[in-house]
Design a protein around this ligand. Structure first.
Ligand SMILES: CC(C)(COP(=O)(O)OP(=O)(O)OC[C@H]1O[C@@H](n2cnc3c(N)ncnc32)[C@H](O)[C@@H]1OP(=O)(O)O)[C@@H](O)C(=O)NCCC(=O)NCCS
Length: 210
């Protein structure tokens, strides 16, 4: 029997995730989204509740969080965990995941993404369309590796990082916790925690104030 699935978040990213859901094993049933009226249809499926706490039938479903923003995705992840809800992974059928790879829960691997051998991916992580995560990389919890990004061999991306589209992180570097890499950057040095870098080669832009 197919597992019934509900997505948290019904925005544009949810559309990509829905397209990648393995419908042989999962039956998609609708969304939970606090910005859309309950009962309205999105991509042909209903908004079932505004929040997981208000969704009375929640024990009957498994969940996937379709929110790109790391802070908001973390908030929903913690709320699902607090309620003992099951969280699935969504891996597009065109993605390539090598052997000896470890994935957490709540992981999205988009179309034509490649995760090579010996990679560890944490919980609640986005490996978006056409991203390449080379051998031996570690991607921390709640991080977002955007479309067409290349993480060369043995790169460490710590928790809560955002790596912008089409950027290249050359081998054996570390992106510190909460670090942000601008779109199109070529990163040739370690990036400090809570720091934004951008450009070719990537340069310091600013520190992130909390
Ligand atoms: C790096 C980034 C996060 C910075 O955003 P921000 O904090 O709003 O910064 P600002 O737009 O105020 O720009 C600050 C400075 O950085 C420069 N900058 C911003 N993004 C840059 C980039 N990608 N490459 C080079 N320089 C960049 C700006 O020109 C500006 O320079 P200045 O101070 O000399 O004028 C953002 O520009 C970015 O690249 N986001 C990635 C988007 C993306 O890939 N989304 C993926 C969707 S799947």
């Amino acid at each position: 029997m197919r597992k019934k699935v509900v997505f948290i978040g019904a925005g544009g990213y949810a559309k990509s995730v829905l397209d990648s859901l393995d419908t042989q094993h999962f039956e998609f049933c609708g969304f939970i989204d606090s910005f859309k009226p309950v009962g309205t249809l999105h991509f042909g499926f209903p908004i079932l509740a505004e929040a997981i706490e208000e969704f009375e039938a929640r024990d009957q479903y498994a969940y996937f969080i379709c929110i790109g923003n790391n802070d908001h995705r973390l908030d929903k992840f913690l709320r699902l965990k607090r309620l003992n809800c099951e969280i699935i992974n969504v891996i597009d059928k065109s993605a390539i995941i090598a052997s000896h790879t470890t994935l957490g829960v709540g992981v999205f691997v988009g179309k034509m993404a490649i995760i090579n051998s010996g990679v560890t991916v944490g919980d609640n992580v986005i490996i978006n369309t056409k991203a390449l995560v080379e051998h031996g990389c570690r991607v921390g919890n709640h991080s977002n590796i955007s479309t067409n990004t290349t993480l060369n061999g043995d790169v460490i991306v710590e928790d809560f990082c955002f790596v912008g589209s089409s950027s290249v992180i050359t081998g054996q570097l570390r992106i510190g916790e909460g670090g942000i890499v601008g779109a199109g950057a070529v990163v040739i040095r370690n990036v400090d925690a809570r720091t934004v870098v951008a450009g070719v080669p990537a340069k310091f832009i600013k520190e992130i104030q909390s």
